[in-house]
Ligand binder design. Structure first.
Ligand SMILES: NC(=O)c1ccc[n+]([C@@H]2O[C@H](COP(=O)([O-])OP(=O)(O)OC[C@H]3O[C@@H](n4cnc5c(N)ncnc54)[C@H](OP(=O)(O)O)[C@@H]3O)[C@@H](O)[C@H]2O)c1
Length: 392
């Protein structure tokens, strides 16, 4: 039995406005935005009397049954979501940073209050990856989830590779089109993908790993030499997030650029699209593809969560509840390409084994194996070094 949902919306930026538009067009959802809380007074697409500026106006309003949180401030988002659950409201959120940092506590709060917190829009925009993993892949043994989870950096890489444009030109365009976060480092240095990976891994493997335990390195150091290297070998460069099971009971994760060959599903994932490859013990590989960013695709994912609330849907966190816990480890080797300009930068890297070395006046690179733990030790300084690396 579906009830009409009265929504209090936080944020009227890219996604908030996207939600407003898809809700206007949707013929089947019985839901209505009753008030919108934003931060600043300014000219907007809707009349001023639709907006409020104090969060209490929504959070303490007994007429509202759903709070939709779509703001760009993770700390404020956490306060809003927590208060909303405690005040007996169901919540939809798109804020992956807030979720990755606070999901442990927010799961407990859902149990305590009986309310539901849904966040499919937080990972991969319009691709229903979380609910699919939670429901469709609930009883299967997943072995890995690998994907392009950030639309903005994928847009930039596509512009560089396919259209021969510069990094800065492509980044500006991604921001103008609303794909990029307010702070571009969030996208291009792999933090956005990292937070999404943490959320996806919780639903896939039942383990919530803290962000400082996972290496993330993005695309902001990419240079023409790296692009030339990839093109000469017929490869593409993609920013990839990966979680995989190995050994007896071990799990590892990273967000790193990958050199991708034509026969990989993600090779053709271009522009602001995302692509997720789900691998399981019994069905081999499955591939989910769709728009991972932007007003309407993300707005439609939020709307899907709102609809799910109308039939009292809750995530059950099945893998956490019913499966044997896995051990998270960075004690695992990966093979990388590392381009460097100065030996002092190269000296930070503890390779287990080097299979290829190249030096010229223009560029230097090595190909070799290195432990994730060794890369994690460099997590803070890596973006400041004049190096680029990619998993082979
Ligand atoms: N953009 C995407 O494609 C995308 C995709 C998936 C998920 N997301 C997530 O969705 C969320 C929103 O992203 P966005 O791109 O829509 O951001 P945005 O365009 O920067 O808009 C942010 C909105 O939040 C409002 N806001 C900020 N702090 C607030 C506060 N304390 N109280 C009330 N309102 C506040 C701002 O108010 P003012 O209008 O007054 O400035 C603005 O309306 C983020 O968590 C983002 O990670 C975005």
């Amino acid at each position: 039995m579906r009830n009409k949902l009265k929504i209090g919306l936080f944020g009227f930026g890219v996604v908030g406005q996207g939600l407003y538009q898809v809700l206007q067009k949707s013929k089947t959802v019985d839901a209505e935005i009753q008030a919108i809380c934003v931060k600043n007074k300014k000219q907007r697409a809707l009349a001023e009397d639709n907006f409020v500026y104090k969060s209490d106006f929504l959070l303490d309003n007994d007429d509202l049954d759903v709070i939709v949180e779509l703001i760009d401030d993770a700390d404020e988002a956490y306060a809003i979501v927590k208060t909303a659950l405690l005040n007996g409201k169901n919540v939809v959120s798109g804020n992956k940073k807030m979720l990755a940092e606070h999901l442990g506590e927010l799961i407990e709060l859902q149990k305590k209050t009986g309310q539901s917190l849904l966040y499919d829009a937080s990972a991969c925009g319009s691709i229903p990856v979380i609910r699919s993993i939670e429901e469709y892949y609930d009883n299967d043994l997943l072995s890995s989830v690998t994907g392009i989870l950030n639309g903005s950096s994928n847009y930039i890489l596509t512009q560089i590779f396919r259209d021969g444009r510069s990094y800065s030109e492509s980044l500006n365009e991604a921001q103008d089109l609303g794909f990029a976060e307010s702070n571009p480092s969030f996208d291009v240095d792999g933090f956005d993908s990292l937070f999404k990976l943490i959320i996806i891994s919780l639903h896939s493997f039942g383990i919530l790993v803290k962000s400082d335990k996972i290496i993330n390195f993005g695309i902001s150091n990419i240079m023409p030499q790296d692009i030339r290297y990839a093109k000469e070998k017929g490869l593409n460069i993609k920013l990839v997030a990966k979680v995989w099971k190995h050994g007896d009971n071990k799990l590892s994760m990273y967000v790193l650029p990958h050199l991708v060959s034509r026969d990989e599903y993600i090779y053709n994932v271009e522009d602001e699209f995302n692509g997720v490859v789900i691998e399981g013990e019994f069905y081999d590989k499955q591939f989910m593809f769709g728009k991972g960013a932007g007003a309407l695709p993300t707005g439609s994912a939020v709307l899907s969560d709102i609809t799910a609330l109308s039939y009292q849907y809750k995530y059950e966190y099945k893998k956490q509840k019913y499966f044997k816990p896995l051990d998270y480890t960075n004690d695992v080797e990966i093979e990388i390409y590392l381009r460097y300009n100065k030996l002092v930068d190269f000296s930070h890297f503890n390779f287990e084994n080097i299979s290829e070395k190249y030096s010229s006046n223009e560029t230097n690179f090595v190909v070799g194996t290195i432990k994730l733990s060794s890369l994690l030790d460099l997590k803070k300084i890596l973006p400041k070094l004049d190096v680029f690396l990619a998993v082979i």
